[in-house]
Design a protein around this ligand. Structure first.
Ligand SMILES: Cc1cc2nc3c(=O)[nH]c(=O)nc-3n(C[C@H](O)[C@H](O)[C@H](O)COP(=O)(O)O)c2cc1C
Length: 181
């Protein structure tokens, strides 16, 4: 049995705490492509600032986030208003971190040129509340749902082998197998 493979799966659910005394800051162009990322944002997401700059901001989008949240975010900022909300973000290593984000416009000589986001930590109580709320929203949107399953080691081995062979992720491989039933 390949122990590394199991520890890798486990890492997918590791939470990174956002430091209380630091802010995560980023700016994007009007299309949502990152133009600036501070060191804290880079460290917490697992990328370097250079890797983040030039990428769409959905590089840190977590599959647990409902589509409607970002729909409202874009509607709000395009109307030149400030959006505030809780976001669960995806780290490069598959882990996650929660932030309270404030997203608004950057203006030069009165013209909207970019967007900026400043984020701060979230309490454990709020994380649980928002996870439950977003789980419900995602179900209503008929989008993907998170499912925690206990598979036998044999089946995990089979799934890993199938995924390796097809070049797809284990999620995609499992979805394909179920769709064929
Ligand atoms: C300034 C700014 C900051 C953003 N920050 C995040 C973020 O931290 N996490 C995130 O998932 N989306 C963030 N977004 C929204 C993304 O642009 C995107 O809409 C979202 O990830 C959903 O991806 P999708 O539009 O491809 O479905 C931000 C957008 C802007 C303008």
């Amino acid at each position: 049995m390949n122990e590394d493979r199991f520890s890798l799966e486990f890492n997918l659910f590791v939470e990174t705490e956002v430091p209380r005394d630091e802010l995560i800051v980023s700016r994007t162009n009007l299309q949502g492509v990152i133009t600036f990322a501070n060191q804290t944002f880079a460290e917490i997401s697992g990328y370097s600032p250079e890797e983040l700059i030039g990428k769409p901001h959905n590089i840190v989008r977590h599959p647990d986030m409902p589509t409607s949240v970002f729909h409202t975010l874009w509607e709000t900022i395009q109307a030149k208003k400030t959006w505030k909300g809780y976001v669960k973000n995806l780290r490069r290593d598959g882990g996650y971190y929660w932030v309270e984000a404030v997203v608004s416009g950057v203006y030069k000589k009165g013209a909207l040129t970019e967007y900026k986001s400043i984020r701060s930590p979230v309490t454990s109580e709020m994380k649980i509340k928002m996870q439950n709320h977003y789980d419900k929203l995602r179900l209503e949107e008929d989008a993907i749902a998170r499912s925690v399953a206990y598979l036998s080691r044999d089946n995990i081995e089979k799934l890993s082998r199938l995924a390796d062979e097809s070049g797809l992720s284990k999620n995609e491989t499992l979805n394909q197998a179920i769709a064929k039933l």
